[in-house]
Design a protein around this ligand. Sequence first.
Ligand code: ASP
Length: 420
Amino acid sequence: MTAKPKKKLALSTQIFIALILAIGVGVALTGNPDIAKNYIKPFGTIFLNLIKWIVCPLVFFSIMAGVISMKDIKKVGIIGGTTVLFYLCTTAFAVAIGLLFANLLKGIFPVLSTANLSYDASASSVNFIDTLVGIFPSNFVKPFVDANMLQIIVMSLIIGFALIMISPRVNKEFHFVNTCNDMCMKAMEMILRFSPIGVFCLLCPVVAENGPAVLGSLAMVLLVAYLCYFVHAIVVYSLAVKAMGGLSPAKFFKGMLPAMMMAFSSASSVGTLPLNKECCEKLGADKEVTSFVLPLGATINMDGTAIYQGVCAVFIASCFGITLSFSQMLTIVLTATLASIGTAGVPGAGMVMLAMVLQSVGLPVEGIALVAGIDRIFDMGRTVVNITGDAACALVVSKLQQNKAARRPLAAGGANNSGK
Ligand code: ASP
């Protein structure tokens, strides 16, 4: 009798098992978190380092390859415009959901003492103009050294456009860009095979170090934030992928599971980018769209972060005995939407930008100290929402492009017919 070939577990199943194991082992090690910190966390760090290492060249070459494959600057502009519009609208909606639920449920929030709070606001003084200026690089290499994703995107767009403009002469260069892109993709694929191990080693120390007790008095604030994450993802993304992406929400969330679990464990949109790209392409998104829309989203689209900022603003205000007015809430919607553009897709970045949101409505920035202790737990959920929003946008933009392309031959055919 011939032995049956062994069936390999799907990557999503492997990651899911790793996630459950990480929580179980993490809980078992809560009394002894040093074991997790010293012997498990370093392997998670190695995995995340490898992803961070590949993500800059990957974004650089994949956006460039995407741009030159479109062969048309106008088309890039249309995709870019649609993407930014989608991102801004969903983020504004996300803050509004955060504010609405936090206001409705603020009765269950604890009122923590605000005496003796201290938070170094100077470390987080970010303003919009600085963010705008910071998008444009002044050096070719520094964006890679700093892993400054927005500057890398700007560079790859400019070089991609330049290549299109000199296109009749540059077939060799096109080939070079595509080869570099394929090489980065292959390297990324190799690293991603280790994602179950990465997920386990990243999450286990977080559970072991924080333990269930840390949630303590903030459990209700966390609950409201997670409720909003859930509602936003289920309502907004389901509607978007169904109505504009032609995809069933169940299929969408199922296909996104590996990337969502990775985002939960790593709390980094940028770190989840390669896996997100893979999931979106499996769900039918075009490569040329994912190459552009997802890196941009990992950098400027932060719906989960915006929700968190809305909920925390209401919570912090209530601890200081302040009730936010309607115009203050509108200001929060605006600043949190803009803040999300400047929030880097790395752990903890959203908490830094919370300072800008609080300052915009005159709330004391020291209030951040109230939520800082468990930021990681907020962060895991908000990163899941952040990357799911990017994916929903990639699928919608892809579908719109596919529809447009399908109409074009018909229109051309129609014109021919009418010309007969
Ligand atoms: N960790 C989040 C992300 O990578 C950003 C944040 O801190 O809100 O998307």
